[in-house]
Design a protein around this ligand. Sequence first.
Ligand code: BEZ
Length: 402
Amino acid sequence: MNINLKKLNFSRRTFIKNFLALAGVSSIGTALTSCSRKSSKNIKIGLMLPYTGTYAKLGKAIENGFKMALAKNGELDPESIDFYQVDDESNPAKAVDNANKLIVKDKVDILIGTVHSGVVMGMLKIARNSDALMLIPNAGAGAATGSQCAKNIFRTSFTNWQPTYPLGKILMEKGHKKAIFITWKYAAGSEARAGFEEGYIKFGGELINTLYVPFPNVEFQALLTKISAVKPDAVVCFFAGGGAVKFVKDYAASGLKDKIPLFGSGFLTEGVLPAQGAAAEGLMTTLHYADSLQNETNKSFRTKYYEKYGKLADVYAVQGYDTGLVLSQSLNKVDGDFKDRSGMIRAIEGMSVDSPRGQWTMSKAHNPIQNIYLRQVINNDNKVLKTAWDALEDPATGCGLI
Ligand code: BEZ
């Protein structure tokens, strides 16, 4: 289902003025004169995100963070951009049609999306052969910055491999030598599992079984019974959004939480802690963000996000925010001339981003090189215990850009 198309027409001049202002350019008059001569059109930004289903809150947090970065310091008039929005429903079967609508019919300059790895694969089919600049604010499908990487495709989030690769080392440090992995059966779950297994084997662990449920099912009972029978040293999982709430609650209710420690890719406890309540207390996860990171950018970001949206920021809001930063920094480099695609691409390649997650840089394959943190849920908050891996770069297997 496509949700209502929001089309807001405002002048390119206002847009450029505000982008340059937020990017800290002081000689606006000069810059404006030269930019306004280049084109009279507004920038068109397509947001293809889930607004319904198990990932609905993730999509909204990304949009909030993205718009917050554009409006940084209150200087960007949001009405100076043409926004085109599509609810992708986390449905891979509709991904190509939805991306076609935004890129071919609406002719967006910038395509932002999405959350679900299967959906992003459909988007890539259209975006790779287009002139649009695509920024991926979540979906971790390895291929997007691996075998399917392309000049005009950048990711501001992670690959599914990144958060779980360091987790094997953590389990071994804690003496958990045999583990079971449980996840949804789709690219994000399979790739998170593969990342975990690679790191776990390297440090001497053994993944004894993987249990799958179809996405987005949340019937976990039969699998929890299996885990209880096998009695591994630890259970590791990938779930996110609404499914993560149900899994964490079911795991605790089954009595397993006190017997077999549960670990996860950090999405397990992102944006869902109030709903998970006591069931999440004590869980350890690895991710490229944590609420309690003490850098100034994070502290100020969390305060401003709460003031603006009345909600606590999570990793999805951070990724949306960073997407907005990447876009505004690249526009600044081309003096607001968003038709200068190759100039924008050059600006993003090798970009360093001052993010709430800590400073990260864009790899040659167009994916963040970033720290992965070990976190624990303490008093309903994702607290950092330590940096599990410094500046982790995805291997980007098969990417022709490297
Ligand atoms: C994915 O499908 O890539 C994904 C979805 C939610 C959280 C993390 C990854």
